[in-house]
Design a protein around this ligand. Sequence first.
Ligand SMILES: O=c1ccn([C@H]2C[C@H](O)[C@@H](CO)O2)c(=O)[nH]1
Ligand SMILES: [Zn+2]
Length: 131
Amino acid sequence: MSVLPLLIQEAIKARAKAYAPYSRFSVGSALSCDGLIYSGCNVENAAYPLGSCAEAGAISAMIMAGMRKIDEVVVVGGDLPCTPCGGCRQKLREFANPDLKIYMVSAQGDVLLVRTLEQLLPDSFGPDHLV
Ligand SMILES: O=c1ccn([C@H]2C[C@H](O)[C@@H](CO)O2)c(=O)[nH]1
Ligand SMILES: [Zn+2]
């Protein structure tokens, strides 16, 4: 069952907690696993490359809760659809099927763009390659 409205709410709440004094680009993300929701925000650093993305924070929260499979993802940030960066696409891929739906949502909660993981990261490398 989709918990999309809740995911959107949680991603917007997470975005309000972003620590982004350098880029001034706040991002929130929320993901669902078996109906449970985990969220994260971007956390920047004075040593710029050490900043982390909202999606990475949400994945950490999910792992800390003992979960391993992402059902849906929402990302909120900026006026254009905030598509996950390349690194986050790969991080999501570790814990999701290629048909994972990623919803890019506005600060007002409107869905701006929907893509599958396969669309954002075609022919991806994943855990199966290592067996
Ligand atoms: O999907 C995205 C795209 C960007 N950022 C963050 C990284 C950085 O802190 C800021 C500007 O790139 O936005 C995210 O958290 N998620
Ligand atoms: Zn990222």
